[in-house]
Design a protein. Structure first.
Length: 175
C-alpha cells in the first residue's frame, strides 16, 4: 500500500520517521530505557550524525550504539530514516487541510483518487462525519479548485488553508 506522506516541518534536517501514527497495536510495545530515549532524541535531531558522535552523546561505545540502533529497528521502534524537504524551496507556498466525505458507495474510489494526486502529501482515514483528513501542498491558491474538482465528483470536501504550524510534527513521549 502506497503511503501519502511528505514530512511537514519546514526544515532540511533528517529525522527519525514515524511510520504508523496511532495505529492499533498488534504486539506489546517496546520497553525503552533512558539510553534508548537519549539515542532516539539524538537521532531525531540529526539522523545523519556519525555513530561515533551518537556514542559520545549517550555515553556508550560505537559498537554498542550500533547494536542499540539495530535492536530499535528490529523492534519496529525506528521504522526508518528520511529526508525532510522544505516545500517552499520547491515552490509550494500554501498548505491546506482537506476533510473528505465520500458519497455513498464511493469510499474506495475516493481513496484511489486522492492517492493519485501528488499534491496530497498525507491522508488519514478517520472516524466521524468525514472519512479522510488530508494535507495538500499548493503552489498557488488557483490550483485548489482544479485539485479539489477531481475529488468532488465523488465526495464532499471542506478545506482550511494553514496559516502557520505552531507545533510541527514531533516525536510522541518516549515513556
Amino acid at each position: 500500500m502506497a503511503k501519502l506522506r511528505l514530512y511537514d516541518p519546514f526544515t532540511l534536517q533528517s529525522k527519525v520517521k514515524m511510520s504508523k501514527r496511532l495505529s492499533p497495536q498488534t504486539v506489546a510495545p517496546a520497553t525503552l530505557d533512558n539510553t534508548d530515549r537519549e539515542l532516539i532524541a539524538a537521532l531525531a535531531e540529526d539522523a545523519r550524525q556519525p555513530v561515533s558522535e551518537l556514542a559520545k552523546r549517550i555515553g556508550l561505545s560505537a559498537p554498542s550504539t550500533t547494536d542499540r540502533i539495530r535492536r530499535l529497528e528490529t523492534q519496529g521502534v525506528i521504522a526508518g530514516f528520511a529526508v525532510e524537504l522544505d516545500p517552499r524551496a520547491l515552490g509550494y507556498t500554501l498548505q491546506a487541510i482537506v476533510r473528505v466525505k465520500p458519497l455513498p458507495g464511493q469510499l474506495h474510489l475516493v481513496e484511489e483518487v486522492i492517492r493519485r494526486i501528488p499534491e496530497f502529501v498525507e491522508c488519514d482515514k478517520v472516524t466521524g462525519d468525514d472519512c479522510f483528513v488530508c494535507r495538500l501542498y499548493l503552489r498557488s491558491i488557483e490550483q485548489l479548485d482544479g485539485i479539489l474538482g477531481k475529488v468532488t465528483e465523488r465526495a464532499e470536501t471542506s478545506t482550511a488553508i494553514i496559516k502557520s504550524t505552531p507545533i510541527a510534527r514531533r516525536l510522541p513521549p518516549l515513556v
